[in-house]
Design a protein around this ligand. Sequence first.
Ligand code: NAP
Length: 283
Amino acid sequence: MKRSAEHLQVIVITGASDGIGAELAVQLAARHRTSLALVLAARNEQRLQMVARTCKRYGSVCLIVPTNVASESECKHLIRATVQQFGGIDILINNAGRTAQSSFTERRDLGWHQELMRVNYWGSVWCTHAALPYLRESRGKILTIGTHASLTGLAGASAYSASKAALSAFYQCLRDELRGSGVAVLMAYPHHVATHLQEHGFLSTGIQGEALRGSQMMPVSECAARILRGMDKNQSRIMLRRTDRLTHWLYLLAPRLAARLFKPAHQESAQAGHQENSLHPNH
Ligand SMILES: NC(=O)c1ccc[n+]([C@@H]2O[C@H](COP(=O)([O-])OP(=O)(O)OC[C@H]3O[C@@H](n4cnc5c(N)ncnc54)[C@H](OP(=O)(O)O)[C@@H]3O)[C@@H](O)[C@H]2O)c1
């Protein structure tokens, strides 16, 4: 299908039913209004409908595509449905993700770890692979949501951090492969954001660790606004706060010092989830 001359900007967002993805959708709709076509993907169709209703109030066009990104065929279908409807893609936002609160050393079964890799890593890679021909055509953008934890390490989050570190390495290479193609490859590294990520996680206890509650959490609206600002500037690494940038550099330049300075707070938050999970030894 050919795109019309006055085509809408087409943005696909995975994990758009809640949290950061839903907020990105609403802020993009508020900003671009009638010139935007949003494609909202996640598993929970009802919640996608709610997000779409809010976006439509701004005049944006919305297409809902219920998608489990842990399935390659569903990722391909998401991109196919988008192109059939709108004739192309300008921006792919790989946001769908889950966390896990678990100590690797105490788990007998690693099925959840594999599933987490399918959602966090393969879900992004499959969508990117399917969307790439259209993004080349539009000289578009790929924005992927990583995590600050993958840069620093975090006890009790080995599966989650590894899945996001793999993404980070993957997109770093893809950025090089696509140099000169006009496609921008961007990655955001949020820290603690006030969403339901922990409750939705594998092996979740449904509670946030003490250290993650309250003032340390960035409001989701601020997180989305900062990510979009980074996306506008085509920043390849979008760090949301100056302290995140500093921590990252310190980990690269003086890892032992950084670990001494920052790890205690990290461990405390991981431990809170981990201790609760130890009550369920069969996980
Ligand atoms: N919150 C934080 O502190 C934080 C920090 C750093 C990075 N991040 C990253 O930000 C992204 C968004 O997380 P969030 O904090 O907004 O969490 P959230 O509120 O739990 O939202 C996660 C979104 O991902 C979707 N999702 C989960 N599994 C999926 C699957 N198999 N297929 C399709 N969609 C799926 C969920 O929708 P359904 O359940 O409807 O499928 C939901 O829309 C994640 O990649 C996360 O790793 C979050």
